[in-house]
Write a protein that binds this ligand. Structure first.
Ligand code: UD1
Length: 357
């Protein structure tokens, strides 16, 4: 009997890969042929290459912008080249369905899906849809949302709210392992700091300035991003890491609260694990403002406190972290009301419904 075939795409930042990583183990267990189209250099290449039984296909990608400038003049040609490459891959590998998580690399794949007649499901993590997904949506059979409110931005007939798809292993962390890995004693409450999958220089710098005021009452696990460690600092209650894979579950389990950017995947993971959050969303200058909306919606539900990047000073950070430790029990109570929907099961069901039989 021919094996069933699925093709995943998505990349650029971990936020556009993680949902795929949460779904792939199911298809591995079921013995499907699994392909992944990503970029040549994006984070998805490293994250996916580590997986067994997944064939990675790098294609050419370009950023899509409203205005053509000197910097991006070649991008439309790169997208065209990527589309031709994706068409070739789809013709050769013959997937019966595509799952697209967004990011610029997904645009050529979704164009190729339309041109070759392969059915596709698009998944949006953020409160408001990103540009790549907006372009891709007309070519999809189904569009899935993580926030219920996102449905008002999506095509009515083919969209569905499914909730957050979270990696199963994150629920299996051990506090003791987390303390062993980090070398922290856990005698004081542990604050996890994560500036998005790439780290944030502004958050890193401010946190490091504030260590003398924070370490008397906290221990800190700081995931600071590739090449963003400060090896000069050697404080017993402060541990730095660039990016964590398998051990993330244990670090989450060892933490009492988090300071984070407001990328959708990260904040839904904290919510599911009932970790009170202080969110510093990416500013409107750095992105389209999606993280600000994500963060506000969490603050309205009392899952999080929000400090906007424009207001981020050493003093404000210290004060907000103190408030976070005080209001943590109220946040945990609010988070207990959140039901982790069976998002992953529903997504798998939808993929089966859409699949070319
Ligand atoms: C700069 C940028 O474009 N940011 C976007 C990107 O953020 P970003 O890539 O930071 O995405 P998210 O915060 O949504 O997800 C990050 C994911 O990486 C994981 N993780 C992080 C650090 C680590 O060491 N190990 C690890 O596994 C987190 O657990 C989480 O699952 O995608 C998000 C979801 O579409 C958007 O909201 C953000 O605006």
């Amino acid at each position: 009997m021919n094996k069933k075939r699925i093709l995943f795409t998505g990349g650029g930042t971990a936020g556009h890969v993680i949902v795929n990583l949460a779904l792939i183990p199911y298809y591995q267990e079921q013995g499907w042929e699994i392909d992944y189209i990503g970029s040549k250099e994006g984070i998805e290449r490293n994250l996916v290459s580590e997986l067994d039984e997944v064939t990675y296909h790098p294609i050419s990608t370009g950023k899509l912008r409203r205005y053509i400038s000197k910097e991006n003049i070649k991008d439309p040609f790169k997208v065209l080249k990527g589309t031709l490459q994706a068409i070739n891959i789809l013709r050769k590998r013959k997937p019966s369905v595509i799952f697209s998580k967004g990011g610029f690399v997904s645009v050529p794949v979704m164009l190729a899906a339309k041109l070759t007649g392969v059915p596709a499901v698009v998944h949006e993590s953020d409160y408001t849809p990103g540009l790549a997904n907006k372009i891709a949506m007309p070519f999809a059979q189904k569009v899935l949302a993580t926030f219920p409110e996102t449905l008002s931005y999506l095509p009515e007939k083919k969209s569905e709210y499914v909730g957050a798809v979270i990696r199963d292993e994150l629920f299996q962390g051990s506090r003791q392992n987390g303390l062993d890995i980090t070398g922290l004693s856990g005698e004081k409450p542990v604050l996890l700091i994560m500036g998005g999958s790439g780290g944030s220089e502004k958050i890193n710098e401010t946190v490091r300035n504030c260590l003398p005021q924070l370490l008397p009452f906290l221990q800190i696990i700081h995931i600071c991003g590739h090449s963003k460690m400060d090896t000069e600092i050697n404080e017993p209650g402060y541990r730095q890491f660039e990016y964590i894979n398998e051990e993330l579950k244990d670090m989450f389990a060892a933490s009492d609260f988090v300071l984070s950017r407001a990328g959708s995947n990260a904040i839904f993971e904290f919510l599911a694990l009932q970790l009170p959050m202080l969110l510093i969303p990416l500013s409107r200058q750095a992105s389209r403002g999606d993280q600000i909306i994500n963060a506000k919606s969490f603050a309205e539900r009392r899952y999080a406190r929000v400090l906007e990047e424009e207001a981020l000073t050493d003093e404000a950070l210290i004060e907000e972290i103190k408030q976070l430790t005080k209001s943590a029990p109220v946040m945990v109570d609010a988070m207990k009301q959140y039901k982790t929907e069976k998002a992953k099961d529903r997504v798998i069901e939808i993929i089966s419904e859409v699949r070319k039989k």
